[in-house]
Design a protein around this ligand. Structure first.
Ligand code: AMP
Ligand code: ZN
Ligand code: ZN
Length: 420
């Protein structure tokens, strides 16, 4: 092939033509077909809308979510694990383990060695010793697959010594638009560094549900914000030409129940304050009796209030799957739907206008039902499936990504019902 200097006398246009012809000739001689770019790999994009109750999907604002469901699979509801709280359930969704098996058995916990666990920007979130089991991003990393995570509980801790390739310290002020853009940047990312598992968390619906109640206009606005994030993701994925390789799974962690200001269970009316450490209170109370007070505390609380169920650790009905975890307290009490456990009758937590919704009640209640939509090349189209438990989401994601799952509490049947 002539060097560029040997054609320096010809005009620049014909020089370009000549170079192009020479290049084509060279390619033709060397390889009959230009090598195709490596195919981009399938992606699982897991989106969580905190506290998005299953029936919110039928509220007027959920336009894009319904459109997504129409081209994929929608569950009547995703059954949260007990307790129907944020951290236990987000971690169940990504591990396939009931909270009694994965260590995060409540939003607030006490451990004799580790101390106190709390949500928000608490250092316990970054301490891997709290987080047992294997989240999907660790399963992926062990099998040489990258993940990118925005605010999924657990993403800040090096679980099993492994962190997702991209992760973020919790920052409630990071806007929905920024979250969507970061996800789309990951979907667009070329080559081997691209994450194939992407997880992203949004809090709007939980915030509004607590403050104003599930049926409020504020909650409709929050549903609209969630829906517009999904709309932006769908449009962005389309614009990237990635619709045929992105499997979008949209879930929530639990639903939301209306609470009544006159339905209070004043705990210390029934048991003396100095006989217990109450780790978490409403509507699931995690109670540690002081040494020697075990029998008294159980007797004092059992049957004390008609809307409060009380169990000793190990004696909860099997369907709760909440007996064996090391951080489950010796006494667990659970309020009936709409009731709130408070310290005393003069508690101000529920003063009019301060709190209108709660979750954590019996996880089988329709009001605790969560969202599940899956759409993409791996999933059936236009199908509605019966309610199923959220321990099944992990094995489903592993199957879509072609990963060998870690041992989990999910079942093959759900994977078969949802996947094409
Ligand atoms: P809940 O009390 O069960 O309603 O939990 C919801 C709250 O959990 C949110 O309002 C956040 O404050 C907190 N939260 C959610 N995700 C995270 C996270 N990744 N890290 C820390 N805190 C979080
Ligand atoms: Zn939540
Ligand atoms: Zn909440």
């Amino acid at each position: 092939m002539p060097s560029v200097s040997s054609v320096s006398s010809v005009s620049s246009a014909s020089k370009r033509l000549f170079l192009l012809a020479a290049t084509l000739t060279t390619f033709t001689a060397a390889t009959p077909h230009p090598p195709a770019p490596p195919p981009q790999k399938p992606v699982v994009l897991l989106v969580s809308f905190d506290g998005f109750r299953a029936d919110y999907l039928d509220r007027p604002a959920a336009v894009h979510l319904r459109a997504l469901a129409a081209r994929g699979v929608r569950a009547e509801r995703l059954i949260p694990s007990f307790p129907a709280k944020t951290f236990p359930n987000h971690y169940t969704i990504v591990t396939g383990l009931y909270p009694e098996h994965h260590g995060i058995s409540a939003n607030v916990m006490l451990d004799p060695i580790l101390g106190r666990f709390a949500t928000g920007n608490d250092p316990s979130g970054r301490d891997a010793r709290w987080w047992a089991g294997e989240p999907i991003w660790v399963t992926a990393a062990k099998q040489h697959m990258n993940s990118g995570i925005i605010f999924w509980p657990g993403n800040e801790a090096p679980i099993g010594g492994v962190r997702p390739r991209w992760w973020q310290t919790y920052d409630g002020a990071f806007t929905n638009t920024q979250r969507v853009q970061r996800v789309l940047d990951w979907v667009a990312m070329p080559g081997d560094t691209a994450p194939q598992f992407i997880g992203v968390y949004f809090s709007d619906t939980d915030d509004a549900g607590h403050k104003y109640g599930p049926m409020s206009a504020h909650t409709d606005s929050a549903i609209a914000r969630a829906d517009s994030a999904i709309g932006a993701l769908m449009r962005g994925i389309d614009a990237l030409g990635a619709t045929t390789r992105v499997n979008l799974i949209v879930v929530s962690d639990h639903g939301m129940a209306e609470i009544a200001h006159d339905r209070l269970i004043p705990l210390y009316d029934y048991v003396s304050r100095d006989s217990v450490t109450v780790v978490d209170m409403e509507p699931v109370s995690s109670i540690i009796p002081k040494p020697g007070a075990e029998a008294y505390v159980y007797r004092a609380l059992k049957g004390a209030h008609p809307h409060l169920q009380v169990w000793r650790k190990g004696e909860l009905p099997a369907r709760y799957h909440y007996n064996t975890g090391a951080r489950i307290t010796p006494i667990v009490a659970l309020a009936d739907e709409g009731w709130t456990v408070v310290a005393s009758r003069d508690s101000t937590v529920l003063r009019e206008g301060q709190l209108r919704g709660a979750h954590g009640y019996d996880n089988q209640l329709p009001s605790m039902g969560a969202l599940f939509i899956a759409a993409g090349p791996a999933f059936k189209r236009g199908v509605r499936v019966a309610p199923f438990e959220n321990v099944n989401v992990y094995p489903l994601m592993a199957a879509v990504l072609g990963l060998r799952p870690a041992p989990n509490d999910g079942a093959e049947a759900v994977v078969r019902a949802v996947m094409r």
